[in-house]
Design a binder for this molecule. Structure first.
Ligand SMILES: *Cc1c(COP(=O)(O)O)cnc(C)c1O
Length: 379
């Protein structure tokens, strides 16, 4: 699914020399690379504050802690996402409210969000699934109208641009009140272990968050709030510093591969290729709204699982993201959920299949993969 070694070979010298430097100086925690990476990422994203932390799940949890949400507050998020999103809501004793998603973009459905808002709703967590932003303009309007925080789970869309109706662009994760990301190795900007970060343009919130990641400490050994221990270590920061200057090129490589896949699958009756909606129509050459963390097809003739088996036989990796809607997971069952309100997610879990997607895909691989898929579907 990913080729981390191929990418490493291209940046090996810089990565090895900066890791070596850390080994020689023993500045494993809070070394200069962490601070430098923070500044470089702030500049890249055009955001005032980046707060590095230990992983993307922590980032989301800390973001919600920083907003001062209280037990019993309701937090609306998507039914079709990785469990981390709903897990941290539950861990903080907030009440998760799962809603359906849009069938074209796989992102949170705005009408469903609006229906789910109650006087207890304090936050909405859109997940920019597979590399493309949710409809942020509509969510910002809802947030403003009902006085609700918007927390972006940007683990899958770092580097993506969101385009407003007036043409203005802003980087994914920097649009809501606060955003989070993950630097897990297979993410679009991945380190060589665990890592994450929180983004905000709010100075006061940034100050609060910097304390929370460090045991609730603002003055050494004075613990003003209950915090956590969540750090990005120096070695991971050094890897990320080596990769960040290439992030736009990595995104381009993914888009190029996506375009080739979609070209091969165009006009197929039983295959639906990913749709890009924000600010562009189709996967155009200049489009920067989708960074294809995953390239996800819908197989509409009921043969998704059979295709998966066929790919396994042909030695092609694939992913089913995600096989079970969150509202049907044992940990998150809730009597208030009605099946008819999750018709899109319930269908998507049966139809989606993600093909190999990374920065090192070559034409030969893409051609082998697309030929194998088409052979099966047309048989
Ligand atoms: C990967 C991911 C996370 C969690 O990131 P970790 O660094 O693995 O904790 C959260 N949300 C989404 C949507 C993700 O894809």
């Amino acid at each position: 699914m990913v080729d981390l070694n191929g990418q490493y070979q291209a940046i090996k010298e810089q990565v090895n020399s900066s890791i070596n430097n850390i080994l020689e100086t023993s500045a494993f925690i809070n070394g200069s690379d962490v601070k430098e990476f923070q500044k470089e990422l702030e500049a890249y994203l055009g955001v005032k504050h980046v707060i590095p932390c230990a992983n993307g799940t922590d980032a989301l949890q800390i973001a919600m802690m920083g907003l001062g949400l209280q037990p019993g507050d309701e937090v609306i998020t998507a039914d079709f996402t990785f469990a981390a999103t709903v897990e941290v809501i539950a861990l903080l004793q907030l009440t998760p409210v799962l809603v359906d998603v849009d069938p074209d973009t796989f992102n949170i459905d705005i009408a469903a969000v609006e229906k789910a808002i109650t006087p207890k709703t304090k936050a909405i967590v859109p997940v920019h699934l597979f590399g493309q932003c949710a409809n942020m303009e509509a969510l910002l309007a809802l947030g403003k109208k009902h006085d609700i925080f918007i927390v972006e789970d940007n683990a899958q869309a770092i580097g993506a641009n969101y385009t407003y109706a007036d043409g203005r662009k802003q980087k994914a994760g920097t649009i809501g009140d606060v955003g989070s990301t993950s630097f897990f190795p297979s993410k679009n900007l991945g380190c060589y272990g665990d890592g994450g970060a929180i983004f905000t343009n709010n100075d006061e919130l940034a100050h609060v968050l910097r304390g929370i990641v460090n045991h609730g400490m603002y003055v050494r050994y004075h613990h003003d709030v209950v915090g956590v221990n969540s750090r990005l270590d120096s070695i991971q920061a050094a890897v990320l510093r080596a990769k960040l200057p290439h992030l736009d090129a990595y995104c381009d490589a993914r888009r190029t591969a996506a375009r080739k896949y979609s070209k091969a699958f165009e006009n197929q009756k039983h295959i639906v290729v990913p749709k890009t909606v924000n600010g562009c129509k189709g996967i155009c050459d200049t489009c920067d709204c989708h960074v294809f963390h995953q390239y996800t097809l819908k197989i509409t003739n009921g043969k998704r699982d059979a295709l998966a088996e066929h790919l396994t036989k042909k030695g092609i990796p694939f992913g089913i993201y995600y096989p079970i809607p969150l509202h049907l997971q044992k940990a998150y069952l809730d009597d208030r959920y009605k099946e008819e309100n999750f018709s899109v997610t319930n269908q998507l879990v049966k139809e989606v299949i993600s093909l190999p997607m990374h920065t090192e895909l070559d034409d030969e691989q893409i051609s082998y993969i697309t030929t194998t898929v088409l052979e099966f579907v047309n048989n």
